[in-house]
Design a protein. Sequence first.
Length: 155
Amino acid sequence: MVKNCTICKGEYKVVYREWYDNLVPNVCSGSCYADWLARELRNHPAIPGEPYPRELVNKDRRSSYENVFEDWLVVNNISYRYEPYSFYIGNKMYVPDFLINLGTYVEVKGLWNAGDKTKVKGFREHLGLHLHVIDLPFLRGLKHERVRDDKKFVI
């Protein structure tokens, strides 16, 4: 499937992501994603949940995908917090992976199970908070470079 990038309007190929396709930002590269984040953060101030005690989780990230995404955030000087808050969706607790610039929550996913889908849908629908999903195809796209206005942006 081919989409147009929200930022530079260029075409790029994407995979169809079934039910969460609309949760993945429509951007073609890491530089466009950084621009998209700057624009989106003005429109979506984060609402904090309950503080999530760090002693409940490993001090290391839970997946290599989270490591890759965190490295991208560091390289691009984007402030973030890892799993800062928890939210109750019905009787289950949901902890988004990242809070970026105190403006948007990000869920980095590899494999989906039924519980993950329920929590992510509930977070968006019932709490009305801004969340987007980063998956493997999107992580690969962060490494692309894009030429715009005779300037080369490399991620």
